[in-house]
Design a protein. Structure first.
Length: 255
């Protein structure tokens, strides 16, 4: 198989979202598709990093990571690519401030759908200069950007070129880490059980090193608006994680 011995496998599989369709509607179809590919990776390149671009990422990543765990494999090898949320946040801040988005770095934490997407504008030196009254609309713009594209394409697909760019940015971070240069990028990963976090999966700033995920960073200092939004994000995210865990409970990787 072409994946034998791979160090990184990007998985942009599954059906795209259609207008009016929720990410939940997609879950069962896409989880089965993802499972087939993850099964092949577990067999032929069990040490590879798997970058998941399969919607709904919030449910698919926990499902696949738990299946890896059942096989005695490392669940931290399964990573949800949420980089596109960061790319969008940086772009929107750049448009608002007239600054180059390449020099803006807004961490986006939580998950990769709707209200679970939480851009931490207060943690970027450019973004934090934007007046507080403009932040809720910009926050919503980042959350809804994927749906805006789905609606604009009117049933003919979802965000593709921007996702490809974000996937390449993520892949570059992982490969740089594997090559010995620690690189940090936001990603949706399993949380260390010892950290006593409220949720078992969460998008965070992640440093990639020579074996893959090296450090999952804490959320860090956030303002009052972001604290309120974090609670909202976690409520939604919990249900989506639970859907993934329920799927994994009834399945296993067969090889």
């Amino acid at each position: 198989l072409p994946i034998s011995g791979c160090h990184l496998v990007l998985i942009p599989a599954g059906m795209p979202r259609k207008p009016g369709q929720t990410r939940d509607d997609l879950f069962k179809v896409n989880a089965d598709i993802a499972k087939g590919i993850v099964e092949a990776c577990a067999k032929f390149c069990p040490d590879a990093m798997l970058g998941m671009i399969v919607n709904p990422v919030n449910s698919v990543v926990p499902a696949m990571a738990e299946l890896y765990k059942k096989k005695g494999l490392d669940p931290m090898k399964i990573v949800g690519i949420s980089t596109l949320d960061v790319v969008r946040a940086n772009k929107f801040v750049g448009e608002e401030t007239g600054k180059n988005p390449n020099f803006i770095n807004v961490p986006v934490v939580g998950g990769h759908a709707g209200t679970t997407i939480l851009p931490l504008f207060s943690q970027d030196k450019v973004a934090k200069t934007i007046s507080a009254d403009k932040i809720p609309a910009m926050d919503k713009h980042v959350q809804d950007a994927g749906t805006d594209v789905v609606n604009a394409k009117n049933g003919k697909g979802s965000a593709t070129l921007s996702m490809a760019y974000a996937g390449a940015k993520f892949a570059n971070a992982v490969l740089s880490g594997l090559a010995g240069t620690d690189t940090t990028e936001c990603a949706y990963v399993a949380v260390d059980p010892d950290s006593k976090a409220e949720l078992p999966y969460f998008a965070s700033k992640v440093t990639f090193g020579t074996t893959g995920v090296k450090t999952v960073h804490p959320v860090g200092p956030i303002n009052e608006y972001e604290q309120t939004r974090l609670k909202e994000a976690m409520t939604q995210l919990k249900d989506e994680i639970d859907a993934g865990l329920q799927y994994a409970a009834t399945q296993q990787l067969s090889f």
